[in-house]
Design a protein around this ligand. Structure first.
Ligand SMILES: Cc1cc2nc3c(=O)[nH]c(=O)nc-3n(C[C@H](O)[C@H](O)[C@H](O)COP(=O)(O)OP(=O)(O)OC[C@H]3O[C@@H](n4cnc5c(N)ncnc54)[C@H](O)[C@@H]3O)c2cc1C
Length: 445
């Protein structure tokens, strides 16, 4: 069948994009390598939109939770993934969880019923030189295609492992304890510094050594520890002072909270934890050099022992996984197109979003953008006050490119709501504003 759009990868994002395009009458070829003799290290079967691990789409609370809000916005846009999830739903409290086999079968059934869509079980090894294309091959993109993407984008712009340092909501950092400064006062007050004295440092290091870690999966066990992204606990193992000479180095950082008449600028702490701004809004700050394989509960417990982070809320916790993703803020335009080859769009986790729902949401937007392009229409992004818009803005330019790592949807990606409202009902204020703004966007689209 001749086609208008070629989608590579029939996972969460590719399936959703194919649905959004083909139901609008656009001819689509969907190439999925599973079922054609290939697979990934994590997939078990050949079904489209296979859930590789948990069967949960996380919270379905669209009033108080950012991913629940994203569910709701996707439903408004007739999402295939949300529609199939409704059919495959299993009891899970306020979460949305599914029977994974029923879910995948429902996705495949709905897509197979579309006359404009051809599903081909084939592996694609090169980025097509021409023709509208959506690449949605996910965190485990097959090697030859990853090479081809690397050639098109530059080797440094395509990562094969994430090395995620925790990210903290700015308004939960205690600035009566922490302070803003750059080392030796150079380059502006770009970092938030959390000071530790000797006892606190020693206890913190012991906590890192004793903390329960997650294991690598068998196929991840050869994860290379690049010096620049070594887990903090591995560094701690190397010696008592390794961290103090590495990411927790205190030199050149006078703590003004410790000022005395003899030391009016304050003193250097024994060690520091530094946080660097992670998004243009300044709502999210990442803990520099704190990538870790500690279990999530352990991370929260231990990182809240750091002075200034006692009440920290984390937008993302640390991790290290095999994960193929682009430096999207640099490489992609606001419509997910490769700046150097605009016939190619990327969607799903390969863009640096994280999670089943986020991947499908980016696939949904990629499908809508491509549909508009085929029809010769312009496309306006959803407002960044919506979950869809916040996620898209983050990926396509608002995240800091230098520290770009995969990200779940969270309220820290949204422009802050009015400070007064925020104290009382912060989450509700975000979701109510998002719902209002999404309706405005839908009405004008
Ligand atoms: C091991 C693991 C566990 C995860 N667990 C969770 C979890 O529990 N919850 C969660 O929310 N997220 C999880 N994720 C993260 C992520 O949300 C999922 O990987 C999600 O499926 C990503 O959606 P996607 O559409 O981008 O990629 P995928 O769903 O992986 O789809 C990509 C598709 O492209 C195909 N493909 C790859 N290369 C080619 C090629 N060259 N030609 C043709 N087809 C190709 C693959 O076979 C696959 O079907 C996990 C990721 C991994 C790797």
């Amino acid at each position: 069948m001749a086609y208008d759009v070629h989608i590579i990868g029939g996972g969460m994002a590719g399936s959703e994009a194919a649905w959004q395009l083909a139901k609008r009458g656009i001819k689509v070829r969907l190439s999925e390598m599973r079922g054609g003799g290939d697979t990934t290290p994590a997939h078990q079967g050949t079904g489209l939109a296979e859930l590789v691990c948990s069967n949960s789409f996380r919270s379905d609370d669209h009033e108080n939770n950012a991913v629940g809000l994203l569910h709701q916005e996707m439903r408004e846009l007739d999402s295939l993934i949300m529609g199939a999830a409704e059919v495959a739903k299993v009891p899970a409290g306020s979460a949305l969880a599914v029977d994974r086999d029923v879910f995948s079968a429902e996705v495949e059934k709905r897509l197979s019923a579309l006359p404009n869509l051809e599903i081909v079980r084939e592996r694609i090894d090169r980025l097509p030189a021409s023709g509208l294309t959506i690449v949605a091959t996910g965190p485990l993109t097959a090697a030859a295609l990853a090479d081809s993407i690397g050639q098109a984008t530059g080797a440094d712009s395509l990562a094969f492992f994430d090395a995620i340092a925790p990210i903290v909501h700015h308004d939960t950092i205690d600035m009566d304890i922490a302070w803003k400064a750059a080392r030796w006062d150079k380059g502006g007050k770009d970092y938030i510094n959390c000071p530790l004295n000797k006892d606190q440092y020693v206890a913190f290091r012991e906590g890192l050594l004793a903390g329960e870690k997650t294991e690598f999966r068998e196929w991840e066990s050869n994860t290379p520890y690049f010096e620049g992204c070594m887990p903090i606990e591995v560094m701690a193992e190397r010696g008592e002072d390794t961290l103090r000479f590495g990411p927790m180095k205190p030199v050149g950082l006078d703590n003004p909270h410790w000022a005395t008449p003899e030391h009016p600028n304050g003193r250097w702490p024994y060690a520091v934890v530094q946080l660097r701004q992670d998004n243009k809004l300044g709502t999210l700050w990442n803990m520099v050099g704190f990538q870790t394989k500690l279990k999530y509960a352990e991370q929260v417990r231990l990182f809240r022992t750091i002075p200034g982070l006692e009440n920290a809320e984390f937008a993302r916790l640390g991790g290290l996984h095999r994960n193929t993703f682009l430096n999207s803020p640099v490489l992609l335009d606001r419509q997910l197109r490769l700046k150097s080859a605009p016939h190619v769009r990327f969607a799903g986790q390969i863009t640096g979003c994280e999670g089943y729902v986020e991947s499908a949401a980016v696939g949904l937007m990629g499908g809508l953008m491509t549909a508009a392009e085929v029809a010769g229409r312009g496309w306006t992004s959803p407002p960044r006050t919506t979950a869809l818009g916040a996620l898209l803005s983050h990926i396509t330019g608002d995240a800091e490119a230098e520290s770009y790592q995969p990200m779940n949807v969270n309220f820290g990606l949204f422009p802050p709501v009015d400070a007064e409202v925020r104290k009382k009902q912060r989450k509700l204020a975000y979701t109510q504003r998002a719902k209002h703004d999404l309706q405005g966007w839908l009405a004008s689209a």
